[in-house]
Design a protein around this ligand. Structure first.
Ligand SMILES: [Zn+2]
Length: 139
């Protein structure tokens, strides 16, 4: 660790050059065989202009790849049971919405037959809905 270094013409020239080339101080120091601090100090004393280093490309604006959220066109959500709505299934009021299967499972679906006018279900499901009130053991 030699405290001070000799800044002769050659070194100064080189320093200037490297500085103008935009090398990082640490690399200039390496090339000149002096410490980074020495370079920094010298540059400061010489009043060399600040340069923007091409290496450290600081604040780049981030990727413009923000994906747009998909908007799924739905009929009227309110008409649909929640489960179905969540699955983005479109349904129409003219189809029987009698649930078939377990709503928790993936094979759950709606009947889909044409409805009886004025009713949410097809003929047979209307029957089920409005008559088979309670005896579920009945087939
Ligand atoms: Zn039905």
């Amino acid at each position: 660790m030699s405290g001070s270094i000799q800044w002769d013409e050659k070194r100064l020239e080189k320093l200037k050059k490297l500085w103008e080339m935009g090398l990082p101080i640490s690399q200039i120091g390496e090339k000149l065989g002096v410490s980074r601090n020495a370079i920094a100090g010298k540059v400061h004393r010489m009043g060399l202009p600040k340069r923007q280093s091409p290496i450290a490309g600081g604040g780049k604006s981030g990727g413009a790849s923000s994906r747009k959220a998909k908007t799924t066109p739905m009929l009227s959500r309110a008409d649909l049971p929640l489960k179905l709505a969540l699955r983005n299934i479109t349904w129409s009021r003219s189809k029987c919405s009698w649930p078939i299967g377990d709503p928790q499972s993936t094979d759950f679906h709606f009947c889909g037959d044409d409805v009886v006018t004025g009713k949410p279900y097809c003929n047979s499901h209307c029957f089920d809905a409005y008559t088979t009130n309670r005896e579920s053991g009945n087939s």
